[in-house]
Design a protein around this ligand. Sequence first.
Ligand code: MIC
Ligand code: SF4
Length: 646
Amino acid sequence: MGQNLTYKILKNHLTSGNLIPGEEIAIKIDQTLTQDSTGTMVYLQLEAMGIKNIKTEVSVAYIDHNTLQMGFENADDHAFIKSVAKKYGIHYSKPGNGICHQLHLENFSMPGKTLLGSDSHTPTSGGMGMLAIGAGGLDVAVAMASGKYFLKVPKVLNINLKGKLKPWVSAKDLSLYILKKLTVKGGIDKIIEYSGDGLKHLSLTERATITNMGAELGATTSIFPSDEMTFKYLKALGREKYWQELKADDNAAYDEVMEIDLSQIPTMAAKPHSPDNVDAISNIKDVRVDQVLIGSCTNSSYRDLMRAANILKNKKVHPDVDLCISPGSSRVLKMLADNGALSIFITAGARILECSCGPCIGMGQSPKSNAVSLRTYNRNFCGRSGTKDAKVYLVSPETAAISAITGYISDPTSLGDDMVIKEPISYPDSDGYFLYSKDFNTEIVMGPNIKPFPINDALPDTLSANVLLKVSDNITTDDIMPSHARLLPYRSNIPYLSKYCMSTIDKDFWKKCEEYDTGFILAGENYGQGSSREHAALVPLYLGIKGVIAKSFARIHKKNLINSGIIPLEFINAHDYELINEMDKLSIDNIRTALKNNPNKIKVTNLDKSISIDLKFTGSRQDIEILLAGGYLNYIKSDILAMEGN
Ligand code: MIC
Ligand code: SF4
C-alpha cells in the first residue's frame, strides 16, 4: 500500500516514535503562529523558559482578536507581545492587518511544512498542503523553544470529493454538510485528508474554508494536496518559489474513507446553537433576519467578499437588517477598495469593520435581544455573540448577502445564473503592517494588566475533593472561560478572569471554588470543544480544580488540562456518569502509582454513595510524566535549559 499525504509530511518531520495510529510521536515544527488573546500567555511561558533562541523557521505573532481598545489593557498586551517578538525575532503583525489564519495563508503558509498555532483554526493553512495544527499556548511556546510538538498519531480519514458544486453552493455549504454527517465530535483524533476529481474545482481559499471548519469537527487538522491550484495562488502572491507538488500515493492506505458527490450538496445553514445543527436552507422557512455579518477566518477571502459584493451590487440592505463586513486581510481590503467593491458595500448600506476577528469573538456587534444573526463564521455557540438569547445561524457569504437584501433567510440559488469571480492573477503587496527585527536585549514591556500565571504542584498521591459542577455534553471552552469585549482584555489576568469561569452555567461557580478550595468537574461527551484557549484550564487551575471526569474530551482542551497539571479522566462505562452527583465527595487513592502502572483502570470512590467507579487516562506516557510533575512547564523547563546549554 502507498502512503497518504498526512503520513508523508509526518514522516518528513518525525523526530521520535513510530507512525502507527495511537503511538506517541514527536514532530519537528517549522512554523508557529500566535494571536493576541492566547499570545500573551504563550510569550509569558516562553519567557519563563529562559531560552535565548527560538528553534522554528518562521514564527508570527498576530494582533487580531483584541483590537477594541476600550482601556489600556489590550494595548498593554500588544506592547508586551511586540517587545517579545523583537527579542526573539518573531514576525509581528500589527492590528488592522487582518485575521491570523487568512494572513498566514497569504504570507507564510508553504506546502509540506508543519505549523503549530495557539488558535483552534490554525488548520486553515491545511488548504495550502501544510500540516497545520491548533494547540494550547504552552504547546506552542514549547514548540518555539524546542522545535518539537508531541502527539499521538491520529487516524487518517480520507474524504474523496467527486463532481462539482452546483451554482451558488459554496465551500461553506460543503463544510456544513460534513458537519451534519460527522457531528462536532466526528473528527476527534483524526486528520482529514481531501482528495478526488472534485479538487480541481476548488480554489485555494475555498479549500482553506473547508480546512478551517474541520476544527468544528474536532479534527486534529485537515489537509489538501498541493497542486496546480496551490501553485496559482502562491504565484499570484509572488511566493511561487515555495510551491512543491504534494499528494497521496495512488494506492494510499487510509483508516477511513468517505466519498462526497459535490453536485448533491444543497445550500445549508447551521442553526442555533451548534455548528452541527445543520439543515438545508430550503427547509428553513420564514425566518426574519436582524443582523448579517460577513467575515471571519472562515469566509473573508477575496473570492468570498467579491461574491457578496456582486450580490449586493445596485441593491440596498433591508431596512431592518444591520450588515457588517470585516475583510480577512488588509490586502483583501485594499483590493476591494481599488476595484470598487468597497463602494458597492457602502452604497448598499453596509457597515465596514476593521480587518480583525471582531464580532466572531464578541468584540462588538452583539446583536439586539432575541435577534436572528446570520454569520459567515464557524461557531454559533449560545452566548458567544455577546447576546445570550440571540439566535446565530452559520451560512455561506452568498446566503448572507442575499438574506441581507431580503431580510429573511434566503437561498442564493434563487438568484439565477451563477457568477464567476476570477481568482486574482496577482495580489498587491501588503507589508505595511508586518514588522520584523531581532534584538535579544530588547526590554520586555509589561503593563499593569499583565499578571503572573498560575503554576501547579506535583500531583499528590491522593486526590480528594467535591464535584463542584456537573455539566452535560459538548460544553465549550466559551462556557468554561467565556470571551467577549468585556473579558478579552483580561486574557493576561487570570485572577480577574476567574470570577467568570463557567458563568454561562453557574455564575457563582468561582465562589464555590473559593469556599471549597479544591474540586472536581464532572462532564458528558466532548468536554471543552471549540477554542484552544488554555485559559479554560489555567483559570480552573487557579480556582483549585484538580481533575475533570468526563465521558470524553475535545483534543486541545484535554491537552491544556494536562499541561496545567489538571488530570482529565474518562469513564470506562459512560453510564457511570449517572452515579455521581454535583457536590458528591470523590477520592482517588494512589493515583501516581495507578497512572504509572495502569492508566486504563483508575478507581474513584464516591464517598457519599460508597461506590467505586472505573476511570481511564487516555493520554500518552509523556502526558503522564507531565501530570506527575504538576504541568508542562515544570516538566519541560529542565529539558529546555539543558538543550540551551544553560
Ligand atoms: C475562537 O474562535 O474561539 C478563538 C477566539 O479564535 C479561539 C482562541 C481564543 O480563545 O483566544 C480559538 O479558536 O482557539
Ligand atoms: Fe478569529 Fe473567529 Fe477565526 Fe477565532 S474563529 S480566529 S475569533 S475569526
